[in-house]
Design a protein around this ligand. Structure first.
Ligand SMILES: C[S@@+](CC[C@H](N)C(=O)[O-])C[C@H]1O[C@@H](n2cnc3c(N)ncnc32)[C@H](O)[C@@H]1O
Length: 210
């Protein structure tokens, strides 16, 4: 495990599951869920399931539906056993709604788009191509829904000055990746939450105003 990441300890069992996230981010999410109600929270990119496990627990506390997507075909299946530890800890079966699907395949886009169009949602883009995930899914969001992207810094300079080696070592998303999408689909940086999430390398965007 990289020292900037952490393992999440569930209340359900003693094993800890890797969350590929910066330390401290869960408090920001908890506050966010205390202040905002959702019908659905959808995560793109399950990986080992550490963040998914936390989000699943939040879904029980806050009464939203939670779905997490990963695609076992990614990297020719090299990462397809990453959920095994969590599965075992749960006695052989995942308790959350996990879907093994490529989020850029037409049928998956249709499936997620129909949820986004009909519900207040938070869509977390943490898969293999964060810019493309935001560009693909923004148009389907309802007013008041949120879309967030991970491994984010506003610019490369900001990343080198404030983030790298201190908070997080990976940059996969910056403002220039979604500026056009924001204009096209009426997205804004969340007035209430953008700054708090930016510290933990998430871009927090809302459709319309929050
Ligand atoms: C950075 S990891 C996710 C980390 C996880 N959210 C966490 O916080 O621990 C990215 C994941 O995206 C998945 N992925 C890559 N391309 C994908 C695609 N086209 N559709 C669905 N999942 C994809 C990879 O298999 C990988 O597990």
């Amino acid at each position: 495990m990289h020292p900037l990441q952490f393992r999440y300890k569930s209340k359900f069992f003693k094993e800890e599951i890797l969350a590929q996230q910066a330390k401290g981010v869960l408090d920001v999410f908890e506050n966010f869920f205390n202040e905002n109600e959702f019908d659905y929270v959808i995560e793109i990119g399950t990986s080992f399931g550490g963040l998914s496990l936390f989000l699943y627990e939040q879904s029980l506390n806050h009464n939203f539906k939670f779905i997490t997507y990963d695609w076992f075909g990614f990297k020719d299946g090299e990462w397809s056993n990453r959920l095994d530890k969590l599965k075992q800890a749960w006695g052989g079966e995942l308790k959350f709604d996990f879907r093994d699907k490529n989020v850029f395949e037409e049928s998956t886009i249709d499936e997620i788009a129909s949820i986004l169009k009909n519900n207040k949602c938070l869509l977390l883009c943490d898969g293999g191509d964060k810019p493309k995930e935001i560009q693909t899914y923004s148009e389907y969001l309802q007013d008041g829904s949120y879309i967030m992207g991970h491994d984010y810094a506003p610019t490369i300079d900001y990343f080198h000055e404030n983030i790298k080696t201190k908070i997080w070592n990976w940059l996969e998303l910056q403002d220039s990746d979604f500026e056009e999408t924001m204009k096209k689909h009426n997205l804004h940086k969340s007035k209430k939450h953008y700054d708090k999430f930016r510290r933990f390398v998430w871009a927090c965007l809302v459709k319309g105003e929050d």
